[in-house]
Design a protein around this ligand. Structure first.
Ligand SMILES: *Cc1c(COP(=O)(O)O)cnc(C)c1O
Length: 392
């Protein structure tokens, strides 16, 4: 018999009841160190007092009013995002994939508004993940995401990740944009080199197409900068944001330059819930903390420490961990045995991590972790990896 909850997830048999900071407790009262953060979502950990207060205060005033009216929280959050990034304008959404899809629509609309409607195709990378709508899986392209869901949405051309010549060769008269993640997340923490990102910017300019970055997982401080593209010293024309932006409240945003958003006029795009006062109260509270003086520098510092402490573990247990990769607080441990077995063992030992493609264990802790949490995670990792090595 089919479960009442449609069985589309391969769930671990554990349920959580409450969280505080970087810890989360299951229904049996067991405590775990949360280095998954609900897949990079709980950027400020669990039950952050500033977020709890913002949600509570707004909850007693007004949850929803629709986008038929001005929403002051949107004006505030959009203004702050514009102030902190390349962008001139922001569209809010309820999820990452909706933010991604807004960007995909925007790049088509841009060329259409510029009198070049034939430019509608988007180049994406193999191993990419842009979300689970029909267009999202079509853009992502992997068999695991798309099998049985065809016919897919047309207009996405896939090229190998990191191969500039192949990408340039794929650009035609119909190309509207290049869309990539600065570090592929679901694909297995596969970073672009900074030179590759710079080359994508130059290529987009050369061909008169848009550079569209999916920073849903890499953004909001995850790599130690507000957005990962800052490391390369470039800016995109369009960017989608999700996950950490709401710190656990469903929220996403599509950011764009004024030039790129030229076609996004009244009536062209919308959403009932998106950017409602409740979401905006939380979104503004998250940003208060992320943009507070020294916060991102601290993330960068703690990210370096995590790298320094995890890298030797991999070297000590080569029969379990083949490679460590990533940036900041977004690390991938490429496993030798099935990564699911290691993740299960880590969970049993009190450490939550997240699987990714390419047999990778992701470490995506809340951005608020301290040195003591790094040491605690490393101690658990060392113990579990030793165990795994002994059984290999
Ligand atoms: C998670 C993710 C998405 C999809 O976000 P949802 O909120 O699940 O719709 C899209 N792109 C990237 C890079 C992601 O990591």
């Amino acid at each position: 018999m089919i479960p009442a909850v449609m069985p589309t997830y391969a769930r671990a048999d554990v349920a959580f009841e409450r969280g505080a900071g970087v810890y989360i407790w299951d229904t049996d009262g067991r405590r775990y160190l949360d280095f998954g953060a609900g897949v990079a979502v709980s950027a400020l950990g669990h039950a952050h007092p500033h977020m709890v207060q913002a949600l509570g205060e707004q909850g007693g005033k007004l949850w929803h009013c629709s986008n038929l009216y001005r929403v002051p929280g949107q004006e505030k959050l959009a203004g702050r995002l514009v102030g902190a990034t390349f962008a001139d304008t922001a569209f809010f959404t309820n999820s990452g994939v909706e933010a991604w899809e807004c960007g995909a629509k925007l790049v088509r609309k841009y060329h259409s508004a510029k009198g070049q409607p034939q430019r509608w195709r988007i180049i994406t990378a193999e191993g990419a993940f842009h979300g689970r709508t029909l267009a999202g899986i079509s853009a992502s392209g992997g068999e695991k995401l798309t099998k049985g869901f065809g016919p897919l949405v047309d207009g996405f051309d896939h090229v190998s990740w990191g191969n500039l010549n192949e990408l340039r060769a794929a650009i035609t008269e119909e190309t509207a944009a290049i869309c990539v993640e600065p570090i592929q997340g679901e694909g297995g923490i596969r970073p672009a080199t900074l030179d590759y990102l710079r080359a994508l910017r130059a290529t987009a300019d050369e061909f008169g197409i848009l550079l569209y970055l999916d920073e849903i997982q890499t953004g909001y401080g995850r790599t130690g900068k507000l957005f990962a593209h800052e490391w390369a010293g470039i800016t995109p024309d369009v960017m989608c944001v999700g996950k950490g932006i709401g710190g656990g409240f469903p929220l996403g945003a599509c950011l764009a330059t004024e030039a790129a958003a030229v076609g996004m006029t009244a009536g062209t795009h919308g959403s009932t819930y998106a950017g409602n006062p409740l979401a905006m109260a939380v979104g503004n509270a998250v940003l208060d903390v992320i943009l507070s003086p020294g916060f991102l520098e601290r993330v960068e510092r703690i990210g370096r420490l995590l790298w320094q402490r995890v890298q030797p573990l991999a070297q000590r247990h080569p029969s379990v961990i083949a490679e460590v990769r990533g940036s900041g607080l977004m690390l991938g441990l490429k496993a030798v045995p099935p990564c699911g077995d290691v993740i299960t063992a880590l969970r049993a030992a009190g450490l939550l991590t997240v699987p990714a493609s390419d047999n990778v264990i992701r470490l995506l802790p809340p951005l608020i972790i301290g040195e003591e949490h790094v040491e605690e995670a490393v101690a658990i990792l060392d113990r579990v990896l030793s165990d795994q090595a002994a059984h290999a």
